[in-house]
Design a protein. Structure first.
Ligand SMILES: NCc1[nH]cc(CCC(=O)O)c1CC(=O)O
Length: 339
């Protein structure tokens, strides 16, 4: 077979340090498998990057992705590299999720301010009234349920901005919550104070759908890119991510809600999927778990859809309806992005 002719692939990304780092990792993997092909990075600031004051819910669902997708459809770029968790579960016409890469650590973590280094090691040790920074309703709602004595406050900005705010005594945070993946990819791993997961003593947290994985979006029917991306696909992550995205797609009904998930591969190709749906105040929550053999993307989606439907019947639907009510009468902000 003749070697494929050389050509240039235009890769779209956000402009944050994390987004550029993620793009670099993806291009290195694609280049290793396709040494003939050249890659060109096209970075842009999206609405979510530019607008730092409007509450995220008001910016709509594709705040990190829509403008990049417009470039994809216009053929200004051929691939977009996203944090999978920032990708809506329904993509615009003409766009598809072509690949999911191997997951970095999917967990959320606690970061303590440098000035208090070593004073507290866990959320459990923080005294009543301590202020914990997070702009994610998923994180705040789950943690309110486990730690009613803590106070949760917004913290916006890129990862380095949030770390600076955490360290600045004038900002008043006793801890902030971030994703392990972003910290690790930017070499801030030493800032991780505590990992949060379902088994965390004192109360943990289920992570966001897709957290820690990268989603590569391409034009529907672009066979050349489809083929090229196979070198970046990590099948176990992609199946787990499809299960998680099916949960979200089934439950959200047009809006986003505090949904946490955890997927683990256990013996014999079995995928264990855990899901939690929590009311915004942390007062009520519905939790579920299902373990099944999963060997295809379709089986993964089916697992996620069925567990989500069960949870909807067991009370998750009521929680979601209440959140919709709050939004309808303007009394409660609804988050559409897992910040
Ligand atoms: N919207 C914020 C966002 N989107 C992706 C990541 C990094 C983690 C990941 O790749 O899942 C983060 C930061 C955070 O949640 O701490």
């Amino acid at each position: 077979m003749a070697p494929e002719e050389a050509y240039t692939v235009k890769v779209g990304t956000r402009r944050s340090a994390l987004a550029l780092r993620q793009t670099e990792l993806v291009i290195a993997a694609l280049k290793a498998a396709n040494p003939n092909i050249d890659f060109e990075v096209h970075s842009m600031a999206t609405m979510g990057d530019r607008d730092k004051t409007t509450p995220l819910p008001a910016l709509g669902k594709g705040l990190w992705t829509s403008e990049l997708e417009a470039q994809l459809v216009a053929k200004d770029v051929d691939i977009i590299v996203h944090s999978l968790k920032d990708m809506p579960t329904v993509l615009p016409p003409g766009c598809v999720l072509g690949a999911v890469t191997e997951r970095e650590d999917a967990r959320d973590v606690v970061v303590f301010p440098r000035r208090q280094e070593g004073k507290y090691k866990t959320l459990q040790e923080l005294p009543e009234g301590s202020v914990v920074g997070t702009s994610s309703v998923r994180r705040a709602a789950q943690l309110r349920r486990r730690y009613p004595g803590l106070v949760f406050r917004d913290v916006r900005g890129n990862i380095d901005t949030r770390l600076k705010k955490c360290d600045d005594a004038a900002e008043g945070y006793d801890a902030i919550i971030l994703a392990a993946a972003g910290l690790l990819r930017l070499n801030f791993g030493e800032r991780i104070g505590q990992f949060l997961q379902s088994s965390t003593p004192g109360g943990g947290l289920l992570h966001a759908v897709g957290q820690g994985a990268l989603g590569l979006e391409i034009r529907e029917g672009d066979e050349r890119m489809e083929k090229l991306l196979q070198a970046a696909v990590h099948k176990p992550t992609m199946m787990a991510a499809f299960a998680e995205r099916a949960v979200m797609r089934t439950l959200e009904g047009g809006c986003s809600v505090p949904i946490g998930v955890e997927t683990t591969w256990v013996e014999d190709k079995k995928l264990r999927l855990r899901v939690t749906v929590v009311s915004l105040d942390g007062q009520t929550g519905v939790d579920g778990e299902k373990t099944e053999v999963v060997e295809s993307l379709e089986a993964a989606e089916s697992l996620g859809t069925r567990l989500a439907k069960e949870l909807a019947e067991q009370g998750a639907q009521k929680i979601l309806d209440e959140i919709n009510c709050q939004r309808a009468d303007g009394s409660g902000a609804l988050k559409v992005s897992d910040a």
